[in-house]
Design a protein around this ligand. Structure first.
Ligand SMILES: Cc1cc2nc3c(=O)[nH]c(=O)nc-3n(C[C@H](O)[C@H](O)[C@H](O)COP(=O)(O)OP(=O)(O)OC[C@H]3O[C@@H](n4cnc5c(N)ncnc54)[C@H](O)[C@@H]3O)c2cc1C
Length: 285
């Protein structure tokens, strides 16, 4: 799936197009929401460190809401940090009280109530809606334990068809006209994000095993990175003579959304902070 393209299609729907008439693009950005839920929350403390907000998967995936959880976890982390400062003790055991305070708080209880939200949908929409409603309304009293689920069972499927290496990205296929008023191609949108990176640095997107991108991924998943990236960071190029593919990484386009790190089917891409504080420059807060 190419989420950027889906968004352009959404803007072309007659109802939405009417709402947007005479509108003007202000900025562009992208960000992955951490919808893993309660069971994906990691250990929230280490010696001298606490993790808060989205970084800690503290996010109510049922409601797609994370601002209140991020704020409250920040407040509880500040209390734990203050306590550590007063006692001059930054050990793991001293900071572990932060994790306890999260789960005793209203936000911990809210995360717990919706803990099986995504798993509930593994067997389809209707059974999912019933299970999710029951667990939320009854606070998880009927389905207490973690419901089984496959990793990304909803969205990730292996290709059944033939080798699709080099199939054009849907953006290139020309079925949407990018008019620069209501619809924008990815390059134009990256411009509106104000993204700047120092060019002379190693790419901050690390590929662990590049051979996977040429040998297995085209056949098994069709190189999804060239579609799901909302900034055209990943491009597959082909040698004119030999036809040999090579993956080009336009890391300077990167919007820091982390989609590639999360959605690459093999976990083959790792996002690290770029040098020099580069990235999108959002000016509207
Ligand atoms: C499209 C969308 C809509 C949403 N709508 C809602 C909503 O309606 N209601 C709601 O409650 N939640 C909503 N959320 C979720 C909410 O925005 C997040 O849960 C919340 O912003 C998380 O706050 P945070 O401080 O943990 O992380 P962030 O807001 O992501 O802040 C992290 C900050 O760290 C900075 N940063 C990252 N790396 C580095 C680095 N190496 N060095 C220095 N700085 C760095 C980033 O630039 C960023 O400013 C939405 C999310 C998305 C993507």
């Amino acid at each position: 799936l190419d989420p950027h393209r889906e968004f352009q299609k959404f803007k072309l729907h007659p109802y939405v197009a009417n709402l947007l008439r005479d509108g003007k693009i202000v900025q562009y950005g992208a960000k992955t929401a951490p919808v893993g839920g309660y069971f994906s929350i990691p250990k929230l403390y280490c010696k001298g460190g606490l993790i808060i907000g989205d970084a800690a998967n503290l996010f109510v995936s049922q409601k797609i809401k994370g601002i209140h959880v991020a704020m409250k976890s920040g407040m509880l982390a500040a209390e734990a940090a203050m306590d550590a400062l007063i006692r001059d003790d930054y050990s793991e055991s001293s900071l572990s009280k932060y994790q306890k305070s999260i789960f005793q708080d209203k936000i911990g209880k809210e995360l717990y109530r919706s803990r099986n939200f995504h798993q509930a949908f593994q067997k389809g929409q209707w059974s999912g809606m019933i299970k999710a409603a029951f667990q939320y309304l009854l606070g998880g009293r009927i389905i207490r334990n973690r419901l089984p689920s496959e990793p990304d069972f909803v969205h990730m499927r292996m290709l059944a068809g033939p080798n699709r290496v080099g199939s054009p990205t849907v953006e290139q296929s020309g079925d949407i006209i990018y008019d620069g008023e209501r619809t924008f191609n990815k390059d134009a949108d990256v411009y509106y994000s104000g993204t700047i990176h120092e060019e002379r640095q190693p790419p901050h997107l690390k590929i662990t095993d590049i051979d996977l991108c040429y040998d297995r991924c085209p056949n098994e998943y069709g190189n999804p990175c060239i579609r799901f990236c909302p900034a055209n960071v990943y491009e597959m190029e082909f040698d004119e003579k030999t036809g040999k593919p090579s993956l080009k990484i336009n890391f300077t386009n990167c919007l820091h959304c982390k989609t590639c790190d999360i959605k690459d089917p093999y976990g083959n891409i790792t996002w690290i902070p770029p040098e020099g504080g580069g990235g999108p420059k959002y000016t509207i807060v």
